[in-house]
Design a protein around this ligand. Sequence first.
Ligand SMILES: Cc1cc2nc3c(=O)[nH]c(=O)nc-3n(C[C@H](O)[C@H](O)[C@H](O)COP(=O)(O)OP(=O)(O)OC[C@H]3O[C@@H](n4cnc5c(N)ncnc54)[C@H](O)[C@@H]3O)c2cc1C
Length: 434
Amino acid sequence: MKYDVIVIGAGSAGGTMATRLSEDPNRSVLLLEAGPDYPDLEQLPDDLKFGYAPTASEMGAPHNWSFVGTGTPRQAEPVAVPRGRVVGGTSAINGQVFLRGVPEDYDRWASWGNDEWSYINVLPFFRKLETDTDIRDDFHGFDGPIPVRRHKREAWLPLQEAFHEACLDGGYAEVYDHNHPDSTGVGPFPMNNPNEQLGRLGIRVVKDAPGVGKNLRDHPLVPVRVRVKDDFPLDPAAPRIQTVLRYTANGSDARNDMQIFPSSFSTPLGGDPFAEEGIRMTCMMELAQSAGELTLQSTDPDVQPHIDCRYLEAPWDRERMRESVRIVLKMLEHDAFKDIYDGLISPAEADLVSDDALDDWMLREVCIGQHLSGTCKMGPASDPTAVVDQRCRVHGIEGLRVADASVMPDVIRANTNCTTIMIGERVANWIAEG
Ligand SMILES: Cc1cc2nc3c(=O)[nH]c(=O)nc-3n(C[C@H](O)[C@H](O)[C@H](O)COP(=O)(O)OP(=O)(O)OC[C@H]3O[C@@H](n4cnc5c(N)ncnc54)[C@H](O)[C@@H]3O)c2cc1C
């Protein structure tokens, strides 16, 4: 059997591409996926259907590749690297935040020789992929396949309210629409959950592309773990994440290069997702200077690659992360937290005595941001580190494209799913045009 297009991997980008390309009955499309398919809601297992509890992304969970990587040299244990193995890919096990990057992210991609990816060029595809159920304007879609909504104010849990109040008092702007190009400040996350439910190895080299595996980008995060008062309600099944603060670090020229968001329920790190610990305030770096690397360990596709994240390697990353932790600590002293906050679980007092002590704590505690990207970056052929051109065609190989989160030349200042789906939309469009 011959196919016009073969898509490997039914994840955020691959699933989108196969869907769009098969809209034309005259085009044959083969979609190959390593994990199972659940074609309707009845057959969908609970861990994939109810996204609030992170059971689907636990190590060893049935739809998780359960990779491991190296976070920083100071960590004794490897970091867990969950990736979805199911039709839907990682978007089937993710946190359902549906945030776009800031326009400058895409304009930076364009400035590196990929003019097709400027914000003005990608906006129609962001609109095409979604139906925003809250907002109708030039920046949002209203007839696309993915529903986008925000948790209504009356449904915010008490921690989210306290966080919001403390941020406003801290001088941050109030934002309702974080997908608006100008947004910065605190407000509800846009979500895509449905309304209230749910060579060295002897491999023959076909093309030497030295950029493959380099430029591993992510949003490293440092969790501040907080004990709560005895009578403060903790519900493991409630939405953990509802609001977010996006802000610019002191001295940074990159808008919204940092995020802080509160989790209304937290568990010991890496432990049982229903075991209660308190709450968590997460400091997340949206535009890290440090980049990691992904290298093959074997020719066997079942052996995972070595994933070296190199989080917080750059002093500038540590400086911004220290500031973020200190913003959280100050925020916890705000009156809005007086019925919630009962002391820190981590960091301990000794971790806060100096910049060095705090760095040491951060380098031990830093976690994966789940937004791995960049290891097959797009760029012109004149860039020796570029793996694909701006239409995602592999340089020097006819008929082969890479279209997923790995083609981002740098990670965007937002969670990656929405942009990855947009990449799938764009590439499908180019293939369809011929
Ligand atoms: C725990 C977690 C939470 C996250 N939360 C969010 C969030 O809230 N918001 C957000 O925007 N982003 C989030 N992300 C990130 C986001 O989901 C990913 O960036 C995005 O889904 C990546 O899409 P992709 O198409 O690049 O890859 P994937 O969606 O991972 O697709 C790759 C597909 O290829 C398949 N595959 C791999 N190898 C083979 C093979 N050899 N043969 C056949 N098939 C194969 C895989 O099984 C998978 O289905 C999260 C990620 C994780 C892990």
